[in-house]
Write a protein that binds this ligand. Structure first.
Ligand code: PEP
Length: 297
């Protein structure tokens, strides 16, 4: 079985190029694992920085717009008591001053900070915070109004493709344009079982859209994300948490600090080991060559 990697024009996010042969851009998905607590958010930024990630990412919602109607009045038990799902969604949102502080804090540690805006006002909100890029969550692939607002920012866009058909991705890509677009292969099963990972889709997306393709992972463990890098993923995004037993819907399928650090260590080894594909004799082979080869050609 052959594996093809496609050369695509790199996309710049801030000072970092995303593309074949470039260092893998590692995104620490904080999402809502901060549970609305600035201290936890900053501790997660610390984890991203000490692990060697390139970026931290949040999820930004205007709950009155982005919360599905049939979910709003459902009662949820939370660490702050029983409340409606809508009230809970507000509880885990940060305001403009808090985002400014978090983005400034991340920048002081050498990290990009951005979000997946889940509705149009959240796009404008993140623009006002000066985000370097915007991510489209898999759930938003078919929200063409949101995608048009994102395209208008002129920023590079990272589009995740979980829970989407190829026709839905076609329409999203047409709306966003391919100029500054990075796609993410994703399967939105939490946690992701290996039989639904379908990693060869990375190559399918590269071939079809001719843009850099990364991987947004929800599996337990590290192997599938590492295999994605070997298949040519230019960026890897994983949820991070301080402790998988913390309260919150994404905590259990997140990586803890030690696991995240190991992931990035192994990604850096892999990207170096991928090389350039040009067959050559390496300096380290010369001694074994003279010792072992009997017939010189
Ligand atoms: C849910 C998100 O991403 P993905 O679809 O890649 O998991 C997100 O970025 O908010």
């Amino acid at each position: 079985m052959s594996i093809t990697t496609f050369e695509t024009e790199p996309v710049a996010i801030g000072n970092q190029l995303l593309g074949t042969g470039q260092s893998v851009y590692v995104i620490s998905e904080i999402g809502i694992n901060h549970n609305g607590d600035m201290q936890i958010a900053k501790q997660l930024i610390d984890v991203a920085a000490t692990s060697g990630a390139n970026a931290v990412k949040f999820q930004k919602r205007t709950p009155d717009i982005s919360t599905p109607m049939d979910m709003r009045d459902k009662i949820r038990s939370t660490p702050w008591g029983d409340m409606t799902y809508l009230d809970y969604r507000y509880k885990v949102e940060f305001d403009a001053a808090q985002y400014k502080e978090l983005i400034r804090y991340a920048a002081s540690l050498g990290l990009h900070a951005f979000a997946s805006p889940w509705d149009v006002p959240s796009v404008h909100f993140m623009e006002e915070q000066g985000a370097v890029t915007h991510k489209v969550a898999s759930a938003s692939v078919t929200d063409l109004e949101l995608l048009r607002a994102l395209a208008e920012t002129g920023k590079p866009i990272i589009l995740s493709t979980g829970m989407s058909t190829i026709e839905q991705i076609d329409a999203a890509v047409e709306t966003l344009g391919t100029d500054k677009l990075v796609l993410m292969h994703a399967t939105s099963t939490y946690p992701l079982p290996p039989e639904e990972a379908n990693l060869r889709t990375i190559n399918t997306l590269q071939e079809r859209y001719q843009v850099p393709v990364g991987y947004s992972g929800h599996e337990r463990g590290l192997q599938i994300s590492l295999a994605a890098v070997a298949l040519g993923a230019v960026t890897v995004e994983r949820h991070i948490t301080l402790d998988r037993t913390m309260w919150g819907s994404d905590q259990a399928s997140s990586l803890e600090p030690k696991g995240f650090e190991s992931l990035i260590r192994d990604i850096r080894i892999l990207e170096t080991a991928m090389g350039d594909g040009v067959k050559r004799v390496f300096p380290g082979e010369l001694a074994p060559l003279s010792r072992l080869r009997r017939v010189d050609a």
